[in-house]
Design a protein around this ligand. Sequence first.
Ligand code: COA
Length: 264
Amino acid sequence: MANVDSGCDKPTIDRIHRATAVEQLLPEGVVAFELRGSASPEDLFPSERECVAAAVERRVREFAAGRLCARAGLVALGLGPAPLLTGCDRAPLWPMNISGSISHTENYCVAVVGREAQFAAIGVDVERIAEVSPALWPLTMRGEELSRLLNREESTRQQTAALIYSAKEAFYKCQYSLTSKWLGFEDVLVSVAGDAFEVSVIAPSHPLHYMLSPWVGRFRVQGDFIVTGIAAEHCNTRGIHRAPSAGGEDLPAAPFEPLHRLRG
Ligand SMILES: CC(C)(COP(=O)(O)OP(=O)(O)OC[C@H]1O[C@@H](n2cnc3c(N)ncnc32)[C@H](O)[C@@H]1OP(=O)(O)O)[C@@H](O)C(=O)NCCC(=O)NCCS
């Protein structure tokens, strides 16, 4: 499956590395792999190519990068290489007993995976800091988030805005695996505390409304982009059923730890 990516003399597979810095953002047990640069469509299984058959080349390359990183993670967890298809909601159809998440931005991709027995859901997100421009702030932040942001030193605002945005995207992916529900940017509240962030669901109609709050995630600045990670460990089934996975299983009942065990 290793193919030489155009513009790079190394096969894609040789450019995929264990992303230990991203693993540090998440509880022990999560495995992360990253790719710098793009991947080749040739790296995809035929059934994966079908998922992006109508997409432009850039999107196919981005999709391939995510699949290769996810595949490396699944292999590290002891699974054989297999197609990772996409549901009609765009979420990846993770193998039975696996939770995971993928994010890509220009020339960087990361995928995180863990065993479903430990992780009900995982969310990861990467954003170019400069891309979360001030014009986006009022569209993606609640009033209190924006007020807190504007009270910060001006020099730190751009990075904090990108963090809030990315935290919401990572949380969105994590919560979607549990609920299959849409959440808007105004439906959650993000607070920043050191190298961690907290997320609370404000939307009254959402199944996670103030449930298990605050959710705690971590972030890291890597050059000109920011990476956020959040995970739900040992979710209970009282009111929360994980969306069916590729294997169609619901979560086993287990106690939930709202303050996730984080490393360090
Ligand atoms: C799905 C979404 C979160 C993706 O974020 P993004 O920054 O645009 O793109 P990223 O590269 O970080 O992530 C894309 C990957 O997310 C994954 N993804 C897509 N939809 C998903 C979903 N519903 N649930 C979980 N993961 C999903 C896919 O793996 C996708 O990559 P792939 O198509 O190559 O497999 C975003 O497009 C979206 O629809 N957001 C909904 C509104 C929102 O963000 N609300 C925030 C408040 S909580």
